[in-house]
Design a binder for this molecule. Sequence first.
Ligand code: GAR
Length: 220
Amino acid sequence: MFSMADHLESAESRRPRLGILFSGRGSNCQAIVAAVNSGHIPAEIGLLVSNREHAPGVAWARQQQLPLRIIASAGREREEYDREVVASLREQGVDWVCLAGFMRLLSAYFIAAYRNRILNIHPSLLPAFPGLEAQRQALEYGVRYSGCTVHLVDESLDGGPIIAQAVVPVLDTDDETALAARILEQEHRLYAEALRYMLSGGYYLQGRRLLRAPAPSATG
Ligand code: GAR
């Protein structure tokens, strides 16, 4: 017999469920799914959401038969849209949300619904070059190093506490495409690492700083 206690225990002990939101190519989404499938990230895929029906990532997700919802955002009011997305994520029991090239700002409602459980990846060393076309901004500024950042999402634009960063040198021969491609390689690796770290729970927040929690001592 399957008792209520068994049921509660299995819900408690299940792996954390991820929601992944994207708008375009979806290569970061694919990297996260691959890391989940290989067991590198101890989680389950709860739901993929695209706000664009014709995003290349959508075709891929369909091919893989992943749980997917297209929730088109064009012309919709921000919070009203976010309420539908959050409801869909909750329906699938999603615990953590990964923004993977999701080109929309989240409302305060969404951020509060998943406070400190929404991650984003951005193709620069934040706080440098937030917003759109970060690689182009880096080239135009003339920095020698750029890279990518995984951070928690708060109400500011690309401004939440930083989880992890990877540095990529800017070469004299770089154009936007070449630099973006080398950064993207690092993004795929970094996103999986950062997510794995967050799911381990071994951290705490001190103001903006995300610090590694000391390991519990053997004697307690
Ligand atoms: C990635 O480079 C990601 O860092 C960037 O969009 C690209 C999406 O690629 N995100 C932002 O600029 C967010 N501010 P993908 O669809 O192949 O993952």
